[in-house]
Each structure stands twice: as structure tokens, then as C-alpha cells.
Write a protein that binds this ligand. Structure first.
Ligand code: HEM
Ligand SMILES: *[C@@H]1O[C@H](CO)[C@@H](O)[C@H](O)[C@H]1NC(C)=O
Ligand SMILES: *[C@@H]1O[C@H](CO)[C@@H](O)[C@H](O)[C@H]1NC(C)=O
Ligand SMILES: CC(=O)N[C@H]1CO[C@H](CO)[C@@H](O)[C@@H]1O
Length: 511
């Protein structure tokens, strides 16, 4: 008996030795750390992460706020290791100075590939570069800018305002977030695709069948993002292999989206009027350089980038406004002044130049996105060993995510009143809007991969707010939203959990 025991011990010994060797090696390797935080020696950030995973954004913002380096480390054995930073010096380093060493990375790209292929949003290196060059060229054209303004103004005048007026007359409770998402989807599809999905068209809000494409797209996006949230990295691959569970639903949603997009690409390819059309797809089709699949992926990349970002920004904005009637009054004053200066009447569309004159409105939206950035956290990965400007080591394969949310709330950057909503911090003495460095205000990303749709986003948001506050009052139903800050859903974009319940009134009744 005793002999047998020691024999098996002898057999096990090498294994035990090997395992402890591996463990010490892993533990001895440099780990990212967080100032003022003690990681568990074996489990790393796992216990604290489990404690806080339901409020991950806020937790990481708190750790970052407590750190003079303005960043947190993160490691859990067997899971990914890296940093979340809000330090403008780090951000400039990863997004500009050493851009080539911080791609999206194969890990992230592999997860989105089934849905987005290798479109602009989901590629690195040369594959990204040529698409970016072509797209930047199109986005810099005046014809596209004019087209965007026309599409947006048309959607405001003929869909959004009539819908809100009807809601006012009928004393109806609306989910404003849903309305804004539909608005965003209609306009991005028209600008990118030249296709009108009519999600906000008459009855569209009630009639689900009118927005099947939006529905499939949303489902595909949520399910594919779910892959990132899964704590067990390979479980989606197993589910995919057996075509079960969420992966089965994802496959169906992706097939629907691809079929829909492909139909439009093929139809445009055969259309004789491509030269006369202003949408982005038509420009790419006209150059004849790309296969149908490549065009489809380009289009889907734009949809994912532009679909929910503006609606997220506006939903939090309208919620903030519900406790700031003083700001609403000033916006309406500015709109009235611009009407006078441009000789237009309430209800008429605003041109690009009129929108540009609205500096105060620009500041109120920017200030809202500082506190509630539509893309709260954004991942990059480190390609080769590197050091951050303050000497902190970053190993190849680690992630370096920036948190726009944490950065927007740092006293070291915005001052002691950083948690206060104060649009004036964006205005100069003369009342003109003063932009901040993109490394401090990284809401639209920065460096070579900076958001291509920033101008379009402001056109959209300003048109909606100016037209709504000129005529209507938005009452947020606090009894539905609760007293404090509404809860969020943490996906690619910062969505409000359960939507934003509002009632609409005509302004004349309010005064
Ligand atoms: C408030 C609205 C918006 C915000 C806050 C925003 C923010 C961002 C951010 C943070 C990124 C970097 C994402 C990443 O690479 O992981 C990005 C990229 C991008 N955005 Fe926006 N965006 C907005 C609206 C739009 C709109 C309306 C469009 C539509 C044309 C658009 C087009 C793009 C594109 C094409 C990229 C990818 C650029 C590249 O990878 O080279 N965005 N945006
Ligand atoms: C988990 O949260 C509780 C309550 O907030 C706290 O008392 C505890 O110390 C936390 N544990 C860890 C490991 O962070
Ligand atoms: C950083 O981003 C990557 C890719 O989305 C993700 O897998 C990782 O969990 C993120 N890390 C943290 C601490 O947020
Ligand atoms: C329309 C357009 O800009 N097309 C260009 C896209 O990029 C390729 C490769 O760089 C060029 O050859 C095209 O002319």
C-alpha cells in the first residue's frame, strides 16, 4: 500500500513540478497594476470584478479617478490582461504616436468577422487604410454634406415633428430613445445606402413589420457583442460549431442582414442613375473597383458606426435637460436669434450654415457627451512589447482600452466641478464654441482612426434639438425613469435601460 502510494507520487511529481513551474512563471511575469488597489495574488482582479461586473463602467471610472496615473490595470488568470486608461498622454500614445502598434487586433476582429467581414470598422493595416482613404475622400465632399443636411431636415420635418405633434395632441407616452434610434437608422441608411427603411414613417413606430431590417441588425449587433461579454472566451466558438443557442440566432440575424444589404448593393450596381446619386454606396459603386461582398461590408461598417451613436447621445441629453429648464430656454433663445439672422420661420428647415451658428447648442450637446459618451469604452490591443510615455510596461497581446466615460469625469482634466453639467465650459468670452483636444475629449476617438461621422452626428443632433425645442416641451416621466441617474446597458453604445419615457407638450400651452 505504502509502496503503491509512493510510486504514484513519483509518477505525479514531474507533473506537480511542471505545474508549479508554470504557475510561478505566470505569477512572476509583470502584471498591470492599479494605484491603490490590491489584486488577489492568484486570482488577480477576479473577486473584485465579480463584485462589480454589473457596474463595470462605474467601477473602472472610480478606480481610475483614484489613480494619479489615471488608469487601471486588469488581469485574471486565463483571461485577457491589460489596461483601461483615461490618461490623455496614454491616449495620444496609443491612438496617434504609436498608432501602428495598437490595432484592433485579431481577437476583436475575429469576433466581429461573421457579421462585419473586413469592412472599415473591422479591419487593420492595409485593408483598413484603403477603405479609410476612399471613405475620407467621400466624407470631405460638399455634396455629401449637403445631402446629409437634406436627409436629416426631411426626416425632422416630415417624420419626427409630425410624430411628436401627434403625441402631444393625444397625450401619449413615448419611448424617446426608441424614436431617436429609428430616426438614426433611417438617416444613416439613406446617407450610406440611399435606401429608406421608413422606421419612423407614418405608423412605423407601431408597425413592427416596417422595421424588420433594423430589428435584424440590432439583434445581430447585440448577439455579436455578447461574444465579448462572455467570461469564457471560447464558449461562443463551441456554440457556433454546434449551431446552438445565441450563435444559432446570430447566424439567422446575420443571414437576414447580409441578404438585405446584398440586394441593395446588387440593385445599385445595375441602376443606371448611380452617377446622379449622392449616397456613399453609389460613390463606391461608381468606381467599379470592388466586389459586391466588399461593398456590403463597407456599408455594414457605416451602419454599425452611425446607427446608435447619435440616438445614445441625444437620449442622455434629453434626460439631462429635464432637470435644466434654464439651458432649454437658452437653446430656444439661440434658435430664435438664428431664425432672425437667416430670415427663416419656425418649422422650416435649417441649412448647414444656420446650424453652424448655434454655438450654445453645440456646447450643450458636447457637455452632455462628456458625461455620457455614446461610446463609453473603446478597445485596442498591443502588437509588440511597448512602454507608455511614463515608463509603464505593456506586453504584446495585452489590451489597452480607453474609457471616455472615466476621462469625462476626471477633476484633473475638467476641474473640481467635473461632475456638474455646465455647457459654459465650452464657450469662449465671445460665446464661440471652443473645442478641446481629442485626447482629452475622446468621445469621437482620435488620431488616424478618428470618427468619420462627427460632423454628420452634430448636424443630426442639432437639427433635432433645435426643431424640437423651438416648438415643443419634452417632459421626462421621472416616475418611470426613477429619481436618480437612469441605469444603462453597456454595449458598444451607452443605451438607457428600459428607454426614456416622455410626454410631449406644445410650447404655447406651457407659457
Ligand atoms: C454622437 C455620435 C458618434 C460618436 C460619439 C461616434 C464615436 C466614434 C468612435 C468612438 C469611433 C472609434 C470606434 C472604434 O474604432 O472602435 C468611431 C469610428 C467611426 N465612426 Fe463614429 N461616432 C458617432 C457618429 C457617427 C456617424 C453618424 C457616422 C456615420 C457616418 C460615424 C462613422 C464612423 C466610422 C466610419 C468610424 C470608423 C473609422 C475608422 O475605423 O477608421 N460615426 N466613431
Ligand atoms: C465586494 O463588495 C462588498 C460590498 O460592497 C465589499 O464589502 C467587499 O469587500 C467586496 N469584495 C471584494 C473582493 O471587492
Ligand atoms: C478591453 O476590451 C477588450 C476587447 O473588447 C475586452 O475583451 C476586455 O475585456 C476589455 N477590458 C476591460 C478591463 O474592459
Ligand atoms: C473612389 C475612390 O476613391 N477610389 C479609390 C479607392 O482606393 C483605391 C486604392 O487605393 C484607388 O485605386 C481608388 O481610386
Amino acid at each position: 500500500m505504502a509502496m503503491e502510494f509512493s510510486y504514484s507520487m513519483l509518477l505525479l511529481l514531474p507533473l506537480v513540478l511542471y505545474m508549479s513551474y508554470q504557475l510561478t512563471r505566470t505569477l512572476a511575469k509583470k502584471k498591470p497594476t492599479t494605484h491603490g488597489f490590491k489584486a488577489h495574488p492568484l486570482l488577480g482582479y477576479l473577486p473584485a470584478f465579480l463584485n462589480n461586473s454589473h457596474r463595470f463602467l462605474d467601477w473602472s471610472s472610480e478606480l481610475i479617478a483614484g489613480s494619479p496615473e489615471m488608469r487601471m490595470g486588469f488581469w485574471i488568470p486565463g483571461m485577457r490582461t491589460g489596461f483601461v486608461t483615461a490618461n490623455p498622454v496614454d491616449v495620444e500614445h496609443i491612438l496617434r504616436t504609436n498608432f501602428a502598434n495598437y490595432p484592433k487586433g485579431e481577437h476583436a476582429i475575429g469576433m466581429l468577422e461573421d457579421f462585419l467581414g473586413h469592412g472599415l470598422f473591422n479591419s487593420d493595416g492595409d485593408q483598413w487604410l484603403w477603405q479609410r482613404k476612399n471613405a475620407s475622400y467621400e466624407f470631405s465632399k460638399r455634396s455629401l454634406r449637403r445631402f446629409v443636411v437634406d436627409v436629416v431636415q426631411d426626416e425632422v420635418a416630415n417624420r419626427l415633428l409630425p410624430l411628436l405633434r401627434r403625441a402631444a395632441a393625444g397625450d401619449v407616452v413615448l419611448d424617446l430613445q426608441d424614436v431617436l434610434q429609428r430616426f438614426g437608422f433611417d438617416t444613416i441608411c439613406m446617407v450610406v445606402f440611399g435606401h429608406d427603411p421608413r422606421c419612423l414613417a407614418d405608423g412605423g413606430v407601431l408597425e413592427e413589420s416596417k422595421s424588420e431590417f433594423m430589428h435584424s441588425f440590432g439583434e445581430a449587433q447585440d448577439l455579436v457583442i455578447g461574444r465579448f461579454m462572455d467570461p469564457i472566451g471560447i464558449s461562443w466558438k463551441i456554440k457556433k460549431m454546434f449551431n446552438v443557442g445565441t450563435e444559432r440566432r446570430l447566424k439567422k440575424a446575420v443571414a437576414d442582414v447580409h441578404a438585405f444589404a446584398m440586394d441593395i448593393v446588387r440593385a445599385r450596381r445595375q441602376s443606371a442613375s448611380v452617377e446622379d446619386r449622392d449616397d456613399v454606396l453609389s460613390k463606391f459603386v461608381a468606381s467599379d473597383d470592388y466586389s459586391d461582398e466588399v461593398l456590403r461590408d463597407i456599408v455594414l461598417s457605416f451602419l454599425i458606426a452611425g446607427r446608435e451613436t447619435t440616438s445614445s447621445g441625444l437620449t442622455w441629453f434629453f434626460w439631462l435637460m429635464s432637470s435644466r429648464p434654464d439651458v432649454v430656454v437658452r437653446i430656444a433663445d439661440e434658435v430664435r436669434a438664428v431664425r432672425k439672422a437667416t430670415g427663416t420661420r419656425p418649422g422650416e428647415p435649417f441649412g448647414f450654415d444656420a446650424l453652424r451658428e448655434m454655438h450654445y447648442l453645440h456646447a450643450t450637446l458636447t457637455e452632455s457627451m462628456r458625461l455620457y459618451p455614446p461610446v463609453p469604452m473603446d478597445p485596442q490591443s498591443c502588437a509588440a512589447d511597448d512602454t507608455l510615455p511614463d515608463g509603464t510596461f505593456v506586453r504584446a497581446g495585452w489590451f489597452v482600452n480607453y474609457s471616455a466615460q472615466a476621462r469625462g469625469r476626471l477633476a484633473a482634466i475638467w476641474g473640481e466641478d467635473c461632475m456638474e453639467y455646465r455647457p459654459e465650459r465650452w464657450l469662449g468670452e465671445d460665446g464661440a464654441f471652443q473645442p478641446a483636444s481629442p485626447f482629452r475629449f475622446t468621445v469621437f476617438h482620435a488620431g488616424p482612426r478618428t470618427c468619420l461621422g462627427k460632423e454628420m452626428a452634430y448636424v443630426q443632433m442639432k437639427s433635432i434639438v433645435a426643431n424640437v425645442f423651438e416648438e415643443l416641451v419634452v417632459d421626462v416621466l421621472k416616475e418611470v425613469a426613477g429619481g436618480g441617474v437612469p441605469e444603462h446597458v453597456f454595449s458598444v453604445t451607452l443605451r438607457m435601460k428600459g428607454g426614456l419615457a416622455v410626454k410631449i407638450r406644445r410650447k404655447t400651452e406651457a407659457y
